[in-house]
Design a protein around this ligand. Structure first.
Ligand code: FES
Ligand SMILES: [Fe+2]
Length: 386
């Protein structure tokens, strides 16, 4: 059973293929190069995009039990994430309320309480300050006011999403992700297994890494010997679910559907779908597995690419293990092809060879993504609150 949205994507693909056309916008977009190399621009992006919007930091299985915790340091704040005794995920600034030490230093583990290494103030899984040595030295201390600072966190679609800055407002995550929910819920990513997880530091603006996933015009150049033959050349259908984007890249097998009644259509075997979830999260759905990646700026001209490969179940045979490893090896090559190009662009950014970059009319994901980023930086786009 496919959704109405998928039926529409399939129809568009078949029509374009029959007519020798592709999905296009009305105009080319001119994007100033200053957006990629201006330090003030990057500061604004780090302060707004990477603090005030939900970022994927882990899979649900990374916090399997009550008492599971992980620490995360790739955003601008040190973060501690726990699963409490009710099974809820909680996130906190990993900053002691006494004099600021890191409360927990291990990358992950299991604990009932967290004892700060500096003077042993102790916090529970809900961030409450439970005790401190020699409390008489602090007079009339109100422990209820000295819990760890809580951050908005969401466990949705099998992923842990954190909004890295403190807010008094209640975030409506359902509304924020509304147009993507049907598709993402249908994937059952929470029931998937993390087959591989990796993190790369690359010498390129985070924007350049991001843009590699927002169009397929580059596939038959940049991925000539790898991904090119697996997909129809530059035939993407982009759905603008502002500020998110569903980017559907058809496989040649889509042609099989042309003669079939619509009631028999299926979607997933015929598309690779790169779902962009603002500001820098991707859920990239392959025909039988999924990559979830997040791109984070780490400085001027540098970024971190974090990725997990999710498969429907743990491999039970050597053959299955080999199959998934083959997919993993291939995607590492394909992603690397993008990153090598991106690092090359980075080297030329400051030359003034270009005052602006051109987004072609079929590079729709670039237009949509850039518009949403511009809006957020202007203050016109904020995460949905209640
Ligand atoms: S800084 Fe944590 S107990 Fe002192
Ligand atoms: Fe690519």
């Amino acid at each position: 059973m496919i959704s109405e949205e998928e039926r529409q994507i399939i129809k568009e693909t078949l029509d374009h293929k029959a007519n020798g056309t592709t999905h296009m916008l009305d105009d080319v977009m001119h994007n100033p190069v200053a957006k990629y190399n201006d330090p003030d621009q990057l500061r604004a992006e780090m302060d707004i995009l990477f603090k005030n919007f939900p970022i994927i930091i882990a899979h649900s299985s990374d916090l399997p039990d009550a008492g599971s915790f992980l620490t995360y340091d790739d955003l601008q704040a040190p973060i501690l994430v726990t699963r409490n005794n009710d099974g809820q995920v909680k996130a906190f600034l990993n900053v002691c309320r006494h004099r600021g030490a890191r409360v927990e230093d291990k990358p992950c583990g299991k604990a009932r309480t967290f004892s700060c290494p500096y003077h042993s103030w102790t916090f529970d899984l809900n961030g409450n300050l439970r005790g401190l040595p020699q409390p008489f030295g602090f007079g009339d201390l109100d422990k209820s006011k000295l819990g760890l600072v809580e951050l908005p966190v969401f466990e949705e679609f099998g992923m842990i999403w954190v909004m890295p800055s403190k807010t008094e407002q209640t975030i409506d995550f359902d509304a924020w992700t509304a147009p993507m929910r049907e598709q993402l819920n249908g994937l059952d990513l929470g029931g998937h297994v993390v087959f591989k997880k990796w993190s790369l530091d690359r010498n390129m603006s985070w924007r350049l890494a991001l843009e590699g996933f927002q169009e397929s015009y580059h596939f038959c150049s940049a991925h000539r010997d790898t991904a090119c033959s697996s997909y129809l050349d530059n035939q993407s259908v982009h759905m603008n679910f502002y500020p998110h984007v569903r980017h559907a890249v058809p496989l040649p097998s889509i042609e099989e559907l042309r003669e079939k009644p619509e009631a028999e259509w299926d979607y997933r075997p015929h598309y690779m779908t790169q779902n962009y979830l603002f500001p820098a999260n991707f859920v990239q759905v392959m025909t039988d597995h999924v990559y979830v990646h997040t791109i984070i700026p780490t400085g001027q001209g540098t970024c971190k690419f974090q990725c997990m490969m999710l498969i429907p179940e743990a491999p039970k045979t050597e053959k299955a293990e080999r199959y998934w490893n083959k997919n993993y090896d291939l995607i590492r090559i394909v992603f690397d092809e993008d990153f090598v190009i991106g690092e090359g662009i980075q080297k030329g950014l400051n030359t003034n060879a270009n005052q602006e970059f051109l987004f072609g009319m079929y590079e729709c994901g670039l237009h949509f993504g850039q518009t949403a980023i511009d809006d957020a930086l202007k203050g016109d786009l904020t995460v949905t609150t209640v």
